[in-house]
Design a protein around this ligand. Sequence first.
Ligand code: AMP
Ligand code: GLY
Length: 421
Amino acid sequence: MRVLVVGSGGREHALVWKLSQESRISEIVVAPGNAGTAALAENAPVAATDLAGLTELATRRRVDLVVIGPEVPLALGVVDVLQAAGIRTFGPTRAAAQIESSKAFAHEMMQKCGVPAAETRVFTSYSAAREYVANSSYPLVVKADGLAAGKGAIITVTESEAEEALKDILNRRVFGDAGNRVVIEEYLQGREVSLLAFTDGTRVAPMVPSCDYKRALDYDEGPNTGGMGCYSPPGFFDDTMVQRATELAIAPVIRAMRENALDYRGVLYAGLMVDGDQIRVLEFNARFGDPETQIVLPRLGSSLADILVSCAEGTLDPSTVEWKAGCSVGVVLASGGYPDHYEKGCPISGLDLVDRNVAVFHAGTRLTHDGRVLTDGGRVMSIVATGNSMAEARERVYANVTKVYFSNMMYRTDIALREVA
Ligand code: AMP
Ligand code: GLY
């Protein structure tokens, strides 16, 4: 079987890493990939947003399945374009992917399905939004409606902060068209859990839950990022909670998608806020998480290729999706300054010193003609270790993080700490 994986992050490297171990897979092409995927597959110089280029590549290479990693091509309708060309694809159509690409759409869907969430209001006009924040209690979360690379949520604690956030989004257009509308939410307390599920549009198979660390600095200081580290499973979110959250948050959305004739075959990712036994949805994503995928896939006991194909074909059997016991911890190595300004092109050393049973998933890296690996983005790579206990996985991951070096390397030292302290 020949597969095309679309994207260039750590998530796509993890997908390629898992697929490359499976006997069913004969060839993997990645568009455009990174220095890590180049070692396991063939990188093709086609951007993840070049829909015509991807269709041409998939057709020319006669791939049996295309797997979409990032949200932007999904929001552009890559699945619609590939399916129209007769290519089997893993991912929701453009209309279905609105569950991530429009927070207003997601909010409406959640209301219709009775999915528990924060109290939410949607505005297009600055003056109406301003009036609302003047009469609200704080904190309030002000968000751009559209895609903002995980950076579009602004937590405000005073009215003047909320006004600034509204001006940034609606007037100064700091998120571009993603800020055509603004979404204002009640601030929810609790602990965040990422629960991802495979779906064929009818049936749902939850993955093991994980916790992503979104803030740039230790102890949740600094700005929000795309994710700085992750672990699985959270001690406070057991199998019963997974089951409850699947029935509460994921299954109703998939059912509503089907009832509205929206074609959702892929991953539905629920970002949950858990407060005691109360579960509420913060957001949905229409794809695998990053860095969650790097931490979750090492725990998958079944064939990923089989699951992806059955989702794409509408024949998913959730009882065949099996997970390994144990724990995994992943730490993201980022370029100093991320998520704001950072340098690129720094040589990375020490990768050959990393233990064989510890995974290195590249993200923003680039291979030079003479075979050196350079930094090429904010999140450079994640180091992922598994263990019989969280303490073992955590110790193993940090022992290997310190073997890798690049100029201004930055990482959090507290990933999974609360689970072992
Ligand atoms: P989002 O852009 O919706 O993915 O939100 C990014 C991050 O902001 C989430 O992972 C939370 O850490 C935080 N956040 C978003 N919405 C809320 C909320 N209603 N209450 C508390 N924190 C939130
Ligand atoms: N880790 C957050 C995301 O994938 O959106």
